[in-house]
Design a protein around this ligand. Sequence first.
Ligand code: SAM
Length: 242
Amino acid sequence: MSAIAAPLWRRAVRPAWQGFARLVERAQAARSNHAYAPMIRLAAEFIHTNRIAGDYLEFGCCRARSFAAAWKVARRFALPWHLYVFDSFAGLPDPRGPDAGSTFARGQFAMDLPTFEQAARALGVPRERYTAVPGFYRDSLTEGLRMRLSLRRAALVFIDCDLYESTRDALAWLVPYLQTGTVLCFDDYFCFAGDATRGEQRALAEFRAAHPGIALVDWHLFGWHGKSFIVNRRAPAPGGGA
Ligand SMILES: C[S@@+](CC[C@H](N)C(=O)[O-])C[C@H]1O[C@@H](n2cnc3c(N)ncnc32)[C@H](O)[C@@H]1O
């Protein structure tokens, strides 16, 4: 290299090239870590175009990343969603039963409620636009809770609670809010190395068997881990269930 080209390479071209490569790397990492953002956007487009009434429900909200994506699309499509988030705010419960012996661990992903509220403030979500329901689902998802919430129908349900029992409890509680056109997203559908006898996949298989009146139409896959469905409610069940 010539006496002029060498310092130019060292001082200008190489650092600029390295900076660009870092930016590309970060953009790729952000895409792969946030595969649910495009999924939530697609769901919002579907809901907007098909005029699906109802609200946004999220099971497993800590770290607030999917919540941020939901708020962004609610604003973009002027969806009048109230955002309901359900979380222990103490991390995962014990992975038990079929999930025992996995890489998930009790307390993992813990974020307390004030920290979540701070994240929501930083995103600019008005306090009256969301409701946080703290507690482990086996205790929090009760009939009494239904009376306290003004929730009537679900437009988009984002299930990101990783484990079989958590997903089972969330799905059981959701039944009266599901309507034809509700989009159901499972962020961890292919966790546990895709083992259908564990995690969200098992919970959903059991739910389908127990509720033949609620058909789930396969919709999009997202990332390596997620799968979404569109609810078709075939018949209203006695007493409002399916
Ligand atoms: C992977 S994190 C959620 C990440 C979040 N959706 C995001 O995008 O940042 C999983 C969450 O599920 C919650 N969770 C799992 N099982 C639960 C249960 N049975 N009851 C309450 N919360 C639960 C955990 O507390 C944790 O916050």
